[in-house]
Design a binder for this molecule. Structure first.
Ligand SMILES: *Cc1c(COP(=O)(O)O)cnc(C)c1O
Length: 462
């Protein structure tokens, strides 16, 4: 399988190269040159298989040139062994035909573990074989950083440095980043906000001496390997509800469009998905865009579902690529217009997007109300992101098609909002109940590029 850029001007790469590269040289995002299609029989045979086996069958065509079969199977086994639920992604029923796909049983209690745990193992195996090592630097407002630290801890081909805004992440999120004791992972509390963290990371990637000197690599959500890992649970959920013999729909709490784009890939692979519903909070650029108002940036308004507080959804570029008939020049042009505020989507492209995607938004009050109402009606305690999904999913539910809403984080990760809504304090799962007692290890650092770079250089293992 070859991988091509959404902007059409970067060299074609193998899966391994695309994974290690992240962003394409033309500024675009990598996609498989062709999306493999599974037959109805192949899809039917997934029903009831262990999650790891479904993962192997769904992802194998994408990675087969880069990894051996047994090697890939053991990578998958290692990636998911630390999950706290034997089903990995269990499905719960909310009402007649609305289901909740629980994606929060991984080590950091958010769906990002599904992709990050896999990519950690993939990096380790690929780098060992090449005799290389890399330094991963990332910025986080909470969930991505903890998932990355947890995924790469103890892997000797990789050092990880995560910048988070000092005093501005939740205590659970901070402790998940600061309590792993492994010497190759480093939490840096920057004296600044999330934008300062992101700017520092960007500056490090643009400093080519530094970048080459420490062999900088990234694992943010534009990495195609992360999207691929997320395709799997669309198959496991849909086949357990009767696909391919029956259609299903999905509603996805959306920020950077990575998770829902994985659903689009699953549909193109032959999974009979009726609708893919984008659920946003008050930061609703995607809902406005799919409603025909164009793709225009506004100001980010902080919400109780902070992992969806974004203005530009980086993975939306991939959906645009297909909506514009795989025309890399058209995508490059749109991204140029985005630099000065935004762009209108052509009628043809909007129609193409609407063939698959619907959208809706939930206000802060509606989110709190949904947490309360769902606890009363179904005994499910939702995190605020999942509540945005359930509210929008319920609005888009059709009588004869099961709706599956993705529950993207555990309620205990966002205890303040959950308690405000429901009066219930969500406890941490027993396996991490001692999180508040574990010793923390964190370096507080001034918002100065030179100081950050010096710290990283002084702390990489090789
Ligand atoms: C990252 C995240 C999202 C948004 O996912 P995207 O792939 O960026 O659309 C939603 N909910 C939670 C809890 C997250 O951590």
């Amino acid at each position: 399988m070859k991988y091509i850029s959404t902007r059409g001007q970067a060299p074609e790469l193998t899966f391994e190269e695309a994974m290690l590269t992240g962003l394409a040289r033309d500024g675009g995002l990598y996609l498989p040159a062709e999306i493999p299609v599974m037959t109805k029989d192949e899809i039917a045979s997934l029903a009831g298989l262990p999650y790891e086996e479904i993962a192997f069958r769904v992802m194998w065509p994408y990675v087969s040139g880069s990894f051996a079969e047994d090697e890939f199977k053991s990578i998958i086994a290692r990636a998911y062994q630390g999950f706290g639920h034997a089903a990995r992604a269990p499905l719960k029923q909310l009402n007649e035909n609305h289901f909740l796909l629980e994606l929060f049983h991984g080590p950091t209690l958010a769906f990002k573990d599904f992709a990050m745990q896999l990519i950690g193992q993939l990096f380790q195996v690929a780098l060992k074989r090449r005799g290389e090592r890399v330094t991963i630097v990332g910025a986080t407002s909470g969930d991505t950083g903890s998932a990355a630290i947890e995924a790469f801890r103890g892997l000797d081909a990789v050092d990880v440095f995560i910048l988070f805004p000092h005093g501005r992440v939740s205590e659970v999120q901070r402790r998940q980043m600061t309590t792993p004791a492994d010497s190759n992972v480093h939490a840096l509390a920057l004296e600044g906000d999330f934008d300062d963290c992101q700017a520092a990371v960007k500056d490090m990637f643009n400093d080519f001496d530094f970048r080459d000197g420490v062999k900088l690599a990234g694992v943010n959500s534009i990495n195609f390997a992360r999207v691929l890992a997320q395709v799997v649970y669309y198959f496991s959920a849909a086949t357990s509800l009767g696909a391919p013999h029956r259609k299903v729909s999905f509603t996805v709490p959306t920020g950077n469009f990575g998770d829902i784009f994985a659903g689009y890939i699953a549909k193109r692979m032959g999974l009979p998905i009726d609708r893919l519903v984008v659920a946003t909070n008050q930061n609703d650029i995607l809902h406005r865009c799919l409603s025909g108002e164009g793709y225009y940036k506004g100001d980010t308004i902080p919400s109780i579902s902070p992992s969806m507080d974004i203005q530009v959804s980086s993975n939306f570029e991939r959906a645009l690529y297909y909506a514009y008939g795989e025309d890399g020049n058209a995508v490059a042009q749109l991204m140029e217009e985005l630099k000065s505020g935004g762009f209108d989507v052509s009628q043809g492209a909007l129609q193409a997007l609407r063939e698959t995607f619907d959208s809706g938004r939930a206000s802060e009050e509606e989110t709190l109300e949904t947490i309360k109402a769902t606890l009363a009606s179904s005994a499910e305690l939702l995190c605020p992101h999942s509540a945005v999904g359930v509210k929008v999913g319920e609005e888009h539910r059709a009588p004869d098609v099961p709706m599956i809403t993705l529950a993207t984080a555990h309620p205990a990760k966002f205890p303040a909002a959950v308690e405000q809504a429901s009066g219930v304090h969500p406890p941490l799962p027993p396996r991490m109940a001692d999180l508040y007692e574990r010793p923390e290890r964190v370096t507080r650092i001034t918002n100065d590029l030179g100081a950050i770079q010096a710290h990283i250089k002084g702390h990489i293992s090789a």
